[in-house]
Design a protein around this ligand. Structure first.
Ligand SMILES: Cc1cn([C@H]2C[C@H](O)[C@@H](COP(=O)(O)OP(=O)(O)OP(=O)(O)O)O2)c(=O)[nH]c1=O
Length: 213
């Protein structure tokens, strides 16, 4: 069970939550606001049908992950899953298979804009809600030596587009339009809005608060 421990809590659960993800970033984002949840990584086939659009791809994969875990979660639990894909000039950049592929991805991202699509699926009480965010990101021109130094850190592996905006790749990003947490793997504001609308979470009650205190 992921728990926020002694950190200040902005929200609290109204139902048990399950995060269907092995991503430490998604876990960290969700627990950062105070929510408690169990983590059940979803093992799904991430292959995509030909010709699928980026939004259909990330929404479809997020649904696949949520559905794979929904059967294992208790009937009272709400299951949250996400999928992130980097898209540049119509090409999908998922998680690189190896350093050579990561190098090709970083070279193509250098000095240009790209988009990061993240799909989010929420499955609960036989219902399902799915949405996506699209964030535009611009990288400055990268020196070949910088790309090699970045590859040597190991950070690119396991990340869509071969970079982590929350990590060392912050040094490459000159402009972001849209959700930053969407780039990291879970658009926090939009996800919390959905959980609030569905009455699955609530703001933490605050006792003893006084204006101006
Ligand atoms: C672009 C970008 C992606 N990423 C990560 C988020 C995701 O973990 C990963 C994209 O792969 P995903 O297939 O979306 O997720 P995952 O396999 O890591 O985890 P799971 O399917 O179990 O939920 O890339 C960053 O951490 N920072 C970034 O800046």
């Amino acid at each position: 069970m992921a728990d926020h421990g002694k950190r200040p809590a902005l929200f609290r659960n109204r139902v048990p939550l399950v995060l269907a993800s092995k991503s430490p970033r998604r876990r960290e984002l969700l627990s950062s606001v105070g929510l408690s949840f169990e983590v059940f990584p979803a093992e799904v086939d991430e292959s995509l049908p030909p010709g699928v659009s980026p939004e259909e791809a990330v929404k479809g994969l997020a649904r696949r992950k949520a559905q794979a875990v929904a059967q294992r979660a208790g009937s009272e639990a709400a299951v949250l899953a996400a999928d992130t894909l980097v898209v540049q000039a119509g090409r999908f950049l998922g998680k690189p298979r190896d350093l050579a592929e990561a190098r090709r991805m970083l070279k193509s991202l250098s000095g240009a804009w790209h988009e990061v699509f993240t799909g989010v699926a929420l499955a609960f009480r036989q219902k399902e809600k799915v949405f996506f965010t699209c964030t535009r990101v611009r990288f400055r021109d990268l020196l070949p030596e910088e790309i090699e130094a970045y590859l040597a850190t190991g950070e690119p592996l396991g990340k869509a587009g071969a970079y982590a905006i929350q990590g060392l790749a912050a040094a490459f990003v000159v402009e972001v339009q849209g959700s930053v947490t969407g780039v990291v793997g879970l658009p926090l504001a939009e996800t919390l809005k959905l959980l609030l609308e569905e009455a699955l979470i609530e703001p933490t009650p605050c006792e003893g608060f006084k204006d101006g205190a």
